[in-house]
Write a protein that binds this ligand. Structure first.
Ligand SMILES: Cc1ncc(COP(=O)(O)O)c(C=O)c1O
Length: 362
């Protein structure tokens, strides 16, 4: 079976050399030398400061709210992975959804303003599929209403906005390094923190609140990355150029073949193009289902990212129906960008749509 994502494994010999280092140092975790090396490498790669490696993206989001010590409502997108919402709920805050833009699939700044109340403390957008949000507009709203901004940049490893890496924006930005991502550390993530004092605090909170051999300074969590994960990251970073070149070729192929048949995500022109995912939106749910079945018939399992729309999650309080997010969610498929399946996937999509859109089809 060919799935939407395929896990990339870097050079085995290089990975083994890092494992030898781990056996020599006998350090497996607790802010070990490889984690520290990876943090420095990633800071240089992204051109950011105050980057910390974290156990996973979900923990990184939770850590962000914990650090800010905010209370009340967080305005967020209904179209993302579940953790963008669940982290808010787990930290005792209330997610309030602002619907997306139908072309970019990102939170629409105009909808953010309409749900801000005197209880709103933060805005939590996601650069979905690596497509940069309208960062300037969001920042302007945050300043006007005195709100914090936490960006979920989990899909945006390869993205710059107005010349700077996208992790430079917001009070904090997080990025997941889950095994399925463009860059991964098996499980893992990073958080980039604008404020130097909060950055120092984050090191303590990430380590169960411990600030010395016999001292616990505050309530913390265990959000540590381990040394084996960091070793994987150090290998992956050396091969990023190869991975991104392959994705770019795949992305360009799909764009050429499918333009005109399906809706393609409209990119933010102030940002560089991400080649991480290739989402296609069909005219109807029926079309999406027929294409998905036709692909399955050839052992290709394209995922319906993101479903469910997050306003339908069982643990969020009832609020306005996110009509646009639910609509896109019901008609979207993210197609595989690996293993040379792109020509077959394109062929199946086009043939199925031609058949369904022909006058004989009823
Ligand atoms: C947009 C987004 N946010 C958060 C996460 C959570 O990251 P993790 O799986 O590392 O906890 C993911 C993971 O896939 C994601 O896609």
């Amino acid at each position: 079976m060919t799935y939407t994502t395929k896990i990339y494994l870097p050079d085995k010999e290089k990975f083994k050399a890092y494992i030898d280092e781990i056996y020599e140092s006998r350090c497996l975790t607790n802010n070990g030398p490889l984690v520290q090396r990876l943090e420095k490498k990633l800071e240089a790669y992204f051109g950011v400061k105050n980057l910390l490696c974290i156990s996973n993206g979900t923990d990184a989001l939770q850590l962000a709210y914990r650090l800010l010590e905010v209370e009340g409502e967080v305005v967020t997108t209904p179209f993302s992975f579940v953790s963008t919402t669940s982290a808010i709920v787990v930290e005792g805050l209330m997610p309030v959804f602002a619907d997306i833009d139908m072309d970019s699939y990102n939170i629409d700044p105009e909808n953010i303003v309409s749900v801000i109340t005197d209880k709103t403390c933060a805005i939590a957008p996601c650069h979905v599929f690596g497509n940069a949000c309208k960062i300037d507009a969001i920042d302007e709203i945050a300043k006007r209403y005195n709100l914090k901004v936490i960006y979920d940049a989990s899909h945006a490893f390869d993205v710059k906005y107005k010349g700077q890496h996208i992790l430079n924006y917001g009070d904090m930005s997080i990025i997941s390094f889950h095994a399925t991502k463009l860059f991964h550390t098996i499980e893992g993530a990073a958080i980039v923190i604008k404020d130097d004092v909060l950055y120092e605090k984050a090191k303590i909170v990430r380590n169960c609140g411990i600030d010395g051999p016999d001292s616990v300074a505050m309530l913390g969590v265990n959000a540590r990355m381990n040394e084996v994960e960091a070793a994987m990251g150090l290998c992956m970073i050396d091969e990023e150029d190869i991975i991104q070149k392959e994705r770019k070729a795949s992305h360009e192929f799909y764009t050429r073949k499918l333009r005109g048949y399906v809706q393609l995500q409209k990119k933010n022109e102030d940002a560089t193009q991400s080649y991480t995912y290739f989402p296609v939106v069909f005219k109807s749910e029926d079309e999406m289902n027929r294409v998905r079945e036709a692909l399955l018939g050839k052992d290709i399992a394209a995922r319906q990212y993101f479903k469910p729309s997050l306003d339908t999650l069982p643990f969020v309080e009832d609020q306005n129906v996110m009509v646009k997010s639910r609509d896109i969610s019901s008609r979207i498929l993210v197609v595989p960008m690996h293993s040379g399946v792109e020509p077959l996937v394109s062929e199946i999509i086009i043939a199925t749509l031609k058949e369904m859109r022909s006058p004989e089809y009823s």
